[in-house]
Design a binder for this molecule. Sequence first.
Ligand code: ADE
Length: 419
Amino acid sequence: MKKSDIKDIRLAPKGKKRIEWADNQMPVLELIRKRFSREKPLRGVRIACCLHVTTETAVLAIALTKGGADVVLCASNPLSTQDDVAASLVRDYGIKTFAIRGENRTQYYQHINNVLDIHPHITMDDGADLVSTLHGKRKKQGSTEILGGTEETTTGVIRLKSLEKQNLLYFPIIAVNDAQTKHFFDNRFGTGQSTIDGILRATNILLAGKICVIAGYGWCSRGIAMRARGMGARVIICEINPVRALEALMDGFEVCSMNEAARIGDVFITATGCNLVFRAEHFKKMKDGAILANSGHFNVEIDIAALHKMSKKKREVRENVEEYTLPGRRIYVLGEGRLVNLACAEGHPAIVMDMSFANQALSAEYIYRNHQALEKRVYAVPERLDGNIALLKLRSMGIRIDRLIPAQKEYLESWNVGT
Ligand code: ADE
């Protein structure tokens, strides 16, 4: 098996310091790592991880190795790898890593295959690329060797539920994304802040007074809308689901169709999980200087091919900012239309990834302990684990909450006590 494939091992010292910085803000994962170090619940378990290679992912990978696992890591997006982190994982923590920021499609899939070459017992995905490879080119391995997998993100869970629905799933999956301590926090507060962070780092624009058009009103878009408004932007939501659109309206946002919004927006952000959200019919209407960013998992939400076709010229005007010149107008695309928070910034802050990755670590342990009883289905994170993570997080912040007194418990369990 190949050792590792990273950009430059000399970047390790910088990566190590940054990993330690993230670690300081991940107290729940720290508790898990300490227990894992004592109990070794993952002794001898091979775990293949396809995650964004960030400082926070490093803290997770280290916790899994402390638990006795043999961890191998590749990137879940060609532009999200932090090369200094990859170098430190290899040099300082002995974790095999196959990830280079800016890798092309061939390298990206080569790295996925490198990771699967360890013949993992457990897969840990962010976007379901490991699982989809194990149901495509590596079917034999997928159908015979894997005990179970975990999935980090909404897009991945949707892909896996589709496999489950068609009765094609080869092994059980835990949908980490669906844990309350994941999507209520990571998707909303994490994406909300890191998306704005990516846009600002790439462009250094002032959001105050700008018209910010946000596609979707799921947890991620809600977070982005809330933070854009907080910075003084005038926010418009475009949402195809009528209930969510109504909710956005009553949350105080403008709501309209993308064709209407296209004419007036300054900054366009999509986080829907769907393809072709910003497309030719919209580009035709956009103002000179419009900025487009994607915060959905795959780079399918902005129709870059159509924009390319409509443009006379394309050039990089700043790091992570490409200018497309159309007749009489310029449109700017951030981070090649890939996840703006990871391509143009550092992803979600560690304090929120702490909960997401606590769910990952505990779900891996759960799969290993319970795989014989699990069916080939997509499971929720057990409620007990989810609730416990919230409690530990509160404690780590020095916050105590009340418990029901016996009379309250009794009242809540009764059916016959009215007015
Ligand atoms: N997804 C979003 N932000 C992330 C981060 N900081 N690390 C890993 N995955 C992420």
